[in-house]
Design a protein around this ligand. Structure first.
Ligand code: THU
Length: 139
């Protein structure tokens, strides 16, 4: 991916993070998912008083896209950090990695974990979730 494309995706994740509903952890996350057709679908984390029903920003973005019939993706940018604190590198949790594995090619799907538009790390899904369980196991 080109730098400008990465930075644009990070910018969308930063904007999505502003909608984070995280009154319990105070940890705000935004994600921006790039589809095969160049569309960007955003998500934020959405917490719940019962804790368990909380949803990560990444899965919010994936579920929004899939529920609109979009199934092919190129990359996701993620930004996170405490409400008034410094930005962290918010690597996706195990559950979100597994959701990515359901829909994305492990060798060509890019995961961009960013502090800002200048400081970011880029991984393939395979690097973050090697030897994953998938639909092949069930065929
Ligand atoms: N969270 C995400 O949204 N994405 C991640 O990659 C890590 C964690 C959320 C879940 C919860 O609302 C808060 O961050 C603290 O765990």
């Amino acid at each position: 991916m080109e730098t400008l494309e990465i930075q644009n995706l990070i910018q969308h994740a930063e904007t999505a993070r502003e909608h984070s509903y995280s009154p319990y952890s105070g940890y705000m996350v935004g994600a921006a998912l790039l589809t095969d057709t160049g569309q960007i679908v955003t998500g934020c984390n959405i917490e719940n008083a019962a804790y368990g029903p909380s949803n990560c920003a990444e899965r919010t973005a994936f579920f929004k896209a899939v529920s609109d019939g979009v199934l092919h993706f190129r990359a996701i940018a993620i930004v996170g950090g405490k409400r008034n604190g410094k930005r962290d590198y918010a690597h996706p949790c195990g559950v979100c990695r597994q959701v990515m594995a359901e829909f994305c090619n492990p060798e060509t799907f890019w995961i961009i974990v960013a502090k800002n538009q200048e400081e970011y790390k880029v991984y393939t899904l395979k690097e973050l979730l090697p030897e994953s369980f998938g639909s092949d196991n069930l065929s």
